[in-house]
Design a protein. Structure first.
Length: 500
């Protein structure tokens, strides 16, 4: 019998009433294992209403109360790492080690939220004028929403709601309907940690649920991670409705390899960054830019390593890469490889025919490596979101930076070199929000903020870190003037000497 994933509203499981359900597939087998309830507008209203009711008390709760819950929550998440990872593997397909890594990165933000007391300290300036003081504080917004992607069903939600609720907001999470179960477990554990009912709600759904949140008058802010077209739509729609928006979009991340680089280290990095998590991550390196005469040797080293990657079910400990999320996505990724040669690329590795014995109906694709790719080819221009690595050739550092800066995306980037001066120039000249120096995937630690430039980010705030705290709070400045107590009116004795 197919399992049903329902909503989590007001501290309990709430069965879907819309009559609409979406299929959840095990990517390794192609079998539909679960159905997920898809919310109606009325169910969106119910989730927001539960969050609004909870905000009446959570928004005025003490910092000590909030952090006590978060410390207990962190301990429960730590104890249930394997359970969360198993759900991710079952519905997304990534190998268990990748899933555990995802949970660990999410836990970083829970730990940041546990220390929210230092992040919410205000400022005070005294005697800015005669007996005038100015103070500034940050206060919560109210009900905030998060709309998260399929590729990190636990980590990206954990990049949002722990900070939001630590700041005193209540939260409605709309996770991907493709792999919804991890979000429910996160909410159940939060309730077990003592989070009051309604502070964190999980609403499953499709565009109806998304639009319901974007248009709801009681939702003050929206956080989003996903593709650039949807990020642009989220930002435009929510902003038009007067909401704060942080919408993180897609990417085409480049790795510049200079002639002096350690090519073995660069090849290792390229393989792990391009093919890890089957390339289904916005921080994947999908374009290697080889400078000068090193191209042939670098491609050979990448190929040698890529051919050794073992592809198989995510719950097989020997697997290093799992399947893609759906058969339709697998076919779309494959189309870029099959069309690459016609657009001038040299297909060094073609993974489109890959299957896994015993799991022939899974959403399998092998590793593909395309060399001498043109900047006007589809494989270069589009975010493929799969295990396809493009190699481009340039003559100089300047040519490489110009090529990379011409991309409409500006999420993450990296340079591989032994030269500190070249690395310094690169980090100043490259137009991207996150830069790695001999680090292929420069995702910042939790106390720095994550986010890109250009078409990779819509809105003014990056996610988590200081930007996350600022996004989930708003500033208030109070200017105060008190008369000197010695000037108290006649008949009022405050025990101060009279000035007159």
């Amino acid at each position: 019998m197919t399992k049903t994933v329902n909503h989590w509203i007001g501290g309990k499981t709430v069965e879907g009433t819309s009559g609409q359900y979406g299929p959840v597939t095990d990517p390794a087998t192609g079998v539909v294992t679960t159905q997920v309830a898809l919310a109606s507008v009325e169910e969106v209203d119910a989730a927001v209403a539960a969050a609004k009711a909870a905000y009446a008390t959570w928004g005025t709760s003490s910092l000590a109360q909030r952090t006590a819950v978060l410390f207990r929550y962190r301990a429960l998440l730590d104890a249930h790492r394997d359970d969360i990872a198993a759900l991710i593997t079952a519905e997304h397909g990534k190998v268990h080690s990748d899933a555990l890594g995802e949970v660990a990165r999410g836990l970083e933000i829970v730990e940041l939220a546990c220390g929210i007391t230092t992040q919410l300290k205000g400022e005070l300036s005294t005697q800015v004028s005669n007996r005038v003081d100015v103070s500034s504080i940050r206060q919560s917004l109210g009900v905030v929403a998060g709309i998260t992607p399929f590729n990190f069903p636990a980590m990206v939600p954990m990049w949002m709601f722990p900070l939001a609720i630590a700041c005193g907001n209540t939260f409605v999470l709309k996770p991907s309907e493709k792999d919804p179960s991890a979000a429910n477990l996160l909410a159940e554990l939060a309730s077990e940690a003592g989070l009051p009912d309604g502070v964190l709600n999980v609403l499953h759904g499709d565009k109806i649920a998304v639009d319901g949140l974007l248009n709801h008058p009681d939702v003050a802010a929206v956080s989003f991670v996903g593709s650039t077209p949807i990020a642009r739509y989220i930002h435009a729609t929510a902003s038009a409705n007067g909401k704060r928006v942080q919408a993180l979009g897609g990417a085409k991340n480049h790795m510049l390899v200079l002639p002096d680089a350690d090519l073995d280290a660069a090849a290792d990095a390229a393989v792990s960054a391009a093919y890890g998590s089957a390339g289904e991550r916005c921080m994947a390196i999908s374009a290697v830019v080889a400078v000068g005469a090193i191209g042939d040797e670098l491609v050979a080293k990448i190929r040698e390593r890529a051919e050794k990657i073992k592809i198989g079910p995510g719950n097989d400990p020997t697997s290093e890469m799992g399947p893609l999320i759906t058969a339709a996505h697998r076919d779309k990724v494959a189309s870029y490889v099959t069309g690459a040669a016609a657009q001038g690329a040299e297909v060094v590795l073609d993974g489109t025919g890959h299957t896994v014995e015993g799991f022939e109906d899974g959403h399998w694709i092998g590793l593909s490596l395309l060399d001498k790719v043109s900047t006007d080819s589809d494989a270069y221009k589009d975010e493929i979101f799969g295990p396809v690595l493009c190699v481009l050739r340039v003559e100089s550092y300047e040519d490489g930076v110009a090529l990379m800066n011409a991309s409409p995306f500006g999420n993450g980037t990296a340079i591989f070199t032994r030269d500190g001066g070249a690395a310094r120039r690169f980090q100043l000249e490259i137009e991207a929000g996150m830069v790695g120096v001999n680090v292929p995937i420069p995702v910042p630690v939790g106390y720095h903020s994550f986010g890109g430039w250009k078409d990779s980010l819509f809105g003014d705030h990056h996610i988590y870190g200081n930007d996350g705290v600022h996004f989930y709070t708003r500033g208030k400045v109070t200017t105060t003037r008190w008369p000197d107590p010695a000037d108290a009116p006649a008949g009022v004795d405050l025990g101060f000497p009279r000035n007159h």
